[in-house]
Every structure is written in C-alpha cells, then in structure tokens.
Design a protein around this ligand. Structure first.
Ligand code: AP5
Ligand code: MG
Length: 214
C-alpha cells in the first residue's frame, strides 16, 4: 500500500503516519525527519536544508525530489510506504506520479488531515520532537511516559527550531501557496481521502483505518 499524508504543518501527519506504519507494516518516510537527521549529523545536505527550514521555506525541489526518489528505491519499500511531508509542491507530485507510472504503479491513498490554521499555532508550541527516531509528542495531548524523554528510543526530546510562532506562521503561508493545491491534484488522480484532524488523535486514526481497511 502506497500512502501520502497531506495537511498543514502541525496537522498531525507525522503522528498518524507513525501509527499507519506500525499497523500496516510499511516504512514511514518523512522528508522533514530525513533533513533533521542530516542537520544533526552535520552533512552537506543538512547544511543546505537548514538555511531554508529555519526560515519556514521549502527546501528546493532539486534537492528534495532526488533524495526521496532514492529512498523509495530501497528494499524495505517493496510492499509500500507512507510518505509524510512529500510531495509538497506540484513538481514534486508530478515527479512521483511519473516515477511510479514508469513502473506501472500508482499512489493508493492521499490522506488529507484537515486542521484550520487557528488550531495549528497552539499545537506547535506544545510539541516535543525526538530527533533520533522521529517520534512526536505533545505536552498536553500526547505526553511521553517520562517528561522530556522519548518513549521509543530514550533520546531527549526537543522543541524544533522551526516551531517558533513566527516561523509557524510563515510555514502556514508557504503551505497555502505551494502545498494546498495538491488536494485538488490528488482529487483529480482519484485517490484523495479526507479526515477531520481536529478530533482526538486516536479517533483520527480510527477514521484513517476505516478508509484503508483493517
Ligand atoms: P516537516 O517536518 O514535514 O514539517 P511540517 O509539514 O511543517 O509538519 P510538522 O512535522 O510540523 O507537523 P505534522 O503534520 O507532522 O504534525 P505532528 O504529527 O508532529 O518539514 C519541516 C521542514 O522541512 C519544512 O518546513 C521544509 O522546510 C522542509 N521540508 C520537508 N519536506 C519537504 C519537501 N517535500 N519539500 C521541500 N521542503 C521540505 O503533530 C503536531 C503536534 O500536534 C504534535 O505535538 C502532536 O502530538 C499534536 N497532535 C497531533 N494530532 C493531534 C490531535 N488530533 N489532537 C491534538 N494534538 C495533536
Ligand atoms: Mg511531521
């Protein structure tokens, strides 16, 4: 099963993608997590990406598309994957559609997690992230078992550099300009599914399972 998560920054793409990956036994691929791992590791790719991410801007397509295409060619992607944060622009979506079509394949579901802007800024200030395994928590809605520590890998949790309110605002603007058009793109492709992301996170997951099937 090949799944794309669509939605504004902070809509809950990462939270739901992780649950989907566990239930359906497919890899969770987040371009944001790949960039953050590279920043942490001090790689050249990380340096390049950081300059854009800290401004709330998208990393250029030339960098992002090649990186994602290499990732989905890896062995663990044979039975599908859940993409979180890719595609984010029409050229990214077109590259993915074409790469899959060349293999006689296509995306099965593009799930749009819908959350209005007003709810986003509040959510982001309470988010804590694990830069090692990509898990995300919320100090109120999804707290880790031990404060400040990742349940999965024991790493210290951090507030992401781009989660400052002014950067979140910029990311929302960029989302509306460059990423929201993908909703219509995937509607035309015939694989769009929508869920209400303002519900409790377990309820959102149940709604997703109802779409994907048990
Ligand atoms: P990325 O890491 O993808 O960030 P994003 O899209 O801004 O999304 P987030 O990770 O911030 O939010 P999310 O939807 O995953 O929400 P989460 O589940 O954490 O990208 C970061 C940057 O990298 C981009 O700005 C860009 O620069 C670059 N980049 C990445 N991909 C790129 C691409 N393809 N092209 C170009 N540039 C790219 O949830 C948020 C919070 O809410 C958490 O605290 C969570 O616990 C909580 N929460 C979740 N669901 C609920 C719920 N139902 N109720 C209450 N709280 C909830
Ligand atoms: Mg995320």
């Amino acid at each position: 099963m090949k799944i794309i998560m669509l939605g504004a920054p902070g809509a809950g793409k990462g939270t739901q993608a992780k649950k989907i990956a566990e239930k359906y036994q497919i890899p969770h691929i987040s371009t944001g997590d790949i960039f953050r791992a590279n920043i942490k590791g001090g790689t050249e790719l990380g340096m390049k990406a950081k300059a854009f991410m800290d401004q709330g801007q998208l990393v250029p397509d030339e960098i992002t598309i090649g990186m994602l295409m290499d990732r989905i060619k890896e062995d663990d992607c044979k039975n599908g994957y859940v993409l979180d944060g890719f595609p984010r622009t029409i050229p990214q979506a077109e590259s993915l559609t074409k790469a899959l079509a060349d293999l006689g394949d296509k995306i099965d579901y593009a799930i749009n997690v819908d959350v209005p802007d007003e709810a986003i800024v509040t959510r982001m200030s309470g988010r804590r992230a694990c830069l090692k395994c990509g898990a995300t928590y919320h100090i109120k809605y999804n707290a880790p078992k031990t404060e400040g520590i990742c349940d999965t890998c024991g790493e210290k949790l951090v507030l992401r550099d781009d989660d400052k309110p002014e950067t979140v605002q910029k990311r929302l603007t960029v989302y509306h300009e460059q990423t929201q058009p993908l909703i219509d793109y995937y509607k035309n492709e015939g694989c769009l599914a929508e869920v209400d992301g303002t519900k409790d996170l377990d309820v959102v997951f149940q709604d997703i399972v109802a779409i994907l099937g048990e």
